[in-house]
Write a protein that binds this ligand. Sequence first.
Ligand code: GLN
Length: 451
Amino acid sequence: AHLDRIAAVDTEVHAFLHVDGERALEAARAVDAKVAAGEPVGPLAGVPLGLKDVLTMQGAPTTCGSRILQGWYPPYDATVTTRLLQAGLVVLGKTNMDEFAMGSSTENSAYGPTRNPWDTSRIPGGSGGGSSAALAAFEAPLTIGTDTGGSIRQPAAVTGTVGVKPTYGGTSRYGLVALASSLDQPGPCARTVLDAALLHQVIGGHDPRDSTSIDAPVPDVVAAARSGDVRGLRVGVVRELGGEGYQPGVTQRFTEAVELLSSLGAEVVEVSCPSFEQALAAYYLILPSEASSNLAKFDAMRFGLRVGDDGSHSAEEVMNLTREAGFGDEVKRRIIIGTYALSSGYYDAYYGSAQKVRTLIVRDFQAAFETVDVLVSPTTPTTAWPLGERVDDPLAMYAADLCTIPSNLAGNASASFPVGLSPEDGLPVGLQVMAPPMADDRLYLVGAALE
Ligand code: GLN
């Protein structure tokens, strides 16, 4: 049924970059056979899923939405992929994304944008717009996203779906093509809170292949998603993430959701996190710095595309020609910014200062979590904007990440849950919940209360 749905709507939505129906059906039949034989299967066995095209899976291409990886077949599975396959989930294919996960609209994909199923003239968010649009268009009940600055949560918000960025180290980055290694985190995307929790349980947990993986059990996200009991939960509304610059319809739905939590017994207070105002600036130095280093490996020798390899060019020329042709504008912009910020003489002024701001943000969170259990804000200042509106204005594009970035810089658990449609334009609005590291279960408690 899901393959039929993809065939019917994906020409328009373009959530998928690659679909392998035969492999999916084979995997589904294998689960059927197990069930018929009375063998035990996991709770999500046989459930179809879309995998963001930044995670590797053997036998399928991994492009990261980039021309430079066109035709590259990875020789190994990401840990997330391994766990999905072992649990019997049926991978339908790879979902579209901004090139190397840089963007907030999926318009930076070298393979064309994804469209928002609520209004196909609008963006589905980014960088994981494919994963969220696939859910909203009923092309898959579950998808995997990755979140470096909001790429799970912001697409979830603008497509009316659930997206969770686990605690940094809570899910494995092994086999996730790195954007910014200190910020990247894979996580579950779904249409319901319980579905996301079940998926979180499957992919989460310690992985010795990821040196930053936390060696502790996955918090009991499934129990929290089943409970939704927020009585006595202390909820802090972040003063700096709201007000001016936020669409009134977003503010209205957010405020109503907070009132609902209060009526369900949560204790709501306002909390100030003054350093959050510098988070965007710090992020857009730290991320390009790490990205410029991580993307140095695409040298035309090891992976994918190779341009000018006709005997008339030196290895260095081939590398330059390949990177010129293989990377899009946003990727080049960030490589240049990152290389500059890391260069000697500028390092302290830019990268060094940004790291200090990062510490201040961590401290703001720590201080806040002494008085409250979770923090909340709108996920993103606006609803989905028209395709094309921000493509020539990187700063406007970056502003979509205003609320989501602090959690990546601090490594916290954070999620976006749908809280209705904006009365202004009828488009979905998301509420963001932020919890201390390894308190991911609290996200689901709030999400379930709001559902
Ligand atoms: N919009 C952010 C960026 O462009 C989000 C990145 C991400 O989470 N992958 O950097």
